[in-house]
Write a protein that binds this ligand. Sequence first.
Ligand code: ATP
Ligand code: MG
Length: 363
Amino acid sequence: MYIAEIFLNDWRNISEINFRPDKAINIFLGRNAQGKTNILEAINFASLLRSRAGKDTELVRWGQTSALIRIKFFKAGISHELAIEIPLERPRRIFLDGNLIRPRELVGKLNSVFFSPEDLFLFKGSPMGRRKFLDAQISQASPIYFMDLLRYNKIVEQRNVLLKKIRDEEVSENELSLWDTQLAFAAEKVLSKRLSSVRKLNSLANDVQQKISAHNENLSVVYDMRGLDSETDIAENFFELLRAKRPNDIRNGSTSVGPHRDDLKFFVNDRELKLYGSQGQLRTVALALKLSELQFLKSETGEYPLLLLDDVMSELDADRREMLLEFLQRENIQTLITATDRAYFPSQMSANVFYVEAGDLVQ
Ligand code: ATP
Ligand code: MG
């Protein structure tokens, strides 16, 4: 899939830009604080409704009342138009091919993989970041998974409300049984998809890691199910576990086990990356994971997603930069890369270059 045209209006520091990226590599050059990341952020927002902002209002250009993102893209050879309006005073609205859609319907439409230096926190940060990383890629490949996940989270939320009421002796403990059955059923769906996806990701990521480390390093990605054994019947097992944790959960007013608490672990040559990884290793593994995410989405959906690379060229050594650019060109992956310097790219490389200056594009 690829983007044919992007229009941004009053988005961040961008008053108005309209451009047509190449189907191959597009480079956005500019000094610091000109709006390079803002452009990629708009695309990431149109893909997963994710941004660096805590609130939508931060996305609207200062002094203006509403931001607009409009993207024309091709998916499976069919042209689509996506529009997202972000007014200061009202909730955002999303239109796909002219029809108003709900935010949850957007995921899986404009697929992308975003890679920025912040991704290095994936390893050292909280489990939530790692769950989000995994959920984003599975959800883009499978809207059904995304719906199952939302449903599961909703049940956890409702069960937690009930746990608090039981603790405060407002309702009887018997009420929990029904919820536990529902929770176990929903958890099983989420877990089985996560387990099979991690198996696939693990083998893809290891292949890439071996290539970039000249076969010196193998990488394994392990799904860490708190307190559950993946070899046994998950739903039944989970139900038992919920019962065992019940007194504790009632005391805390929250559900202590399940997919919402699980984690991912990464090992290089059987050593846990979080504990032993060097800076360079963290970067290499992050790159291997992003490239395997591209391949994962290609094998699940039949097409590569877009690749957004924010400021990562400066983080990689010359060999890795070259390997990455070669791979992207060979595989024909539409890529938008930001950088402060043309020197990060081989001079003979053919690429579409845009210059970003004070929120504007000069070609
Ligand atoms: P760097 O090379 O430092 O990463 P960049 O070109 O990626 O720079 P951006 O992160 O895109 O820079 O941000 C550009 C500018 O946009 C920043 O100076 C920031 O203050 C400004 N900005 C952010 N949000 C808004 C907004 N809502 N309205 C106006 N300007 C904003
Ligand atoms: Mg930036």
